[in-house]
Design a protein around this ligand. Structure first.
Ligand code: SF4
Length: 256
């Protein structure tokens, strides 16, 4: 799949769904332990309907969703996450690597295995599908182990467009995701990619978030660019200049 220009991000997510899901199964390419959140077991799924120009996922995975990874049943994903967490003494798991909300049926079935397990499940999402369909956010409610981190691509519509190549209206969907999650009573917070934003646009976003709910502005997480070699290469290709970024071994402790 090649990057598109001014694309409809809902359509790209739904189109991908046909390729990375099968019955109740979803494609994944890796299960691992990672350093974020102080240590978290991670399932990396295949496929995302955004094409962020700073994305940390390798082109080999990102541009080849049909060829990469294998299909996993929800019970297999859950048992891999739980077994890895148990064996490493960790109590946090997440799905990352792509967009985990692609394949609603699969994701909701994965959650069935986490009730009463004393595990915090962090759903890392770009929020496009949750903002597009309120019923999806509503279906995430009722899981006391679940927290949703909505990763905002920039601080406004034009930054979203610059960073993702998608139609600027996609930024509204990201904010809508937060609205819909709060309305459904789902624990959530925004993470904001600020590396390409001015202080003014960041401030403007915090004001917008506070209009939705004061807590969103208070709990907003700053996410700054990490200069993995393939990310540097990608930024060069797109001629994208950042304001702040970190070497992989020099990420500030408060961002790990
Ligand atoms: S939303 Fe995340 S996975 Fe998708 S392209 Fe952007 S950075 Fe990559």
């Amino acid at each position: 799949m090649r990057p598109l220009v001014d694309y409809d991000p809902v359509k790209t997510h739904l189109m991908l769904e046909k390729h990375v899901t099968r019955d109740h199964e979803r494609k994944y390419y890796r299960f691992r332990v990672d350093r974020w959140y102080g240590g978290i077991v991670t399932a990396d799924c295949v496929g995302c309907g955004l094409f962020c120009k700073f994305c940390w996922v390798s082109d080999a995975v990102r541009l080849n969703p049909l060829k990469v990874g294998s299909f996993y049943r929800p019970e297999d994903v859950a048992s891999r996450l739980l077994n890895l967490a148990r064996s490493r003494g960790l109590s946090q798991v997440r799905i990352s690597g792509g967009e985990p909300t692609i394949g609603r049926d699969h994701l909701l079935r994965v959650f069935d295995y986490f009730s009463g397990k004393n595990i915090l499940f962090i759903l890392e999402t770009n929020g496009i599908l949750l903002g597009h369909d309120e019923s999806y956010a509503a279906q995430l409610s009722g899981h006391d182990f679940l927290h949703v981190r909505v990763s905002l691509k920039g601080c406004n519509e034009s930054e979203f467009h610059m960073l993702t190549g998608a139609n600027p209206s996609g930024f509204k969907l990201q904010l809508n995701a937060l609205r819909n999650l709060l309305k459904a009573g789902v624990s959530c917070h925004p993470a904001i990619m600020t590396s390409f934003s001015s202080e003014e646009s960041f401030k403007g976003l915090l004001e917008k978030l506070a209009e939705i709910d004061e807590r969103l502005a208070e709990e907003a997480e700053v996410e700054e660019l990490i200069l993995y070699p393939h990310v540097v290469e990608r930024l060069k290709r797109h001629g994208l200049k950042y304001r702040v970024a970190h070497a992989p071994d020099k990420v500030p402790p408060d961002q790990i």
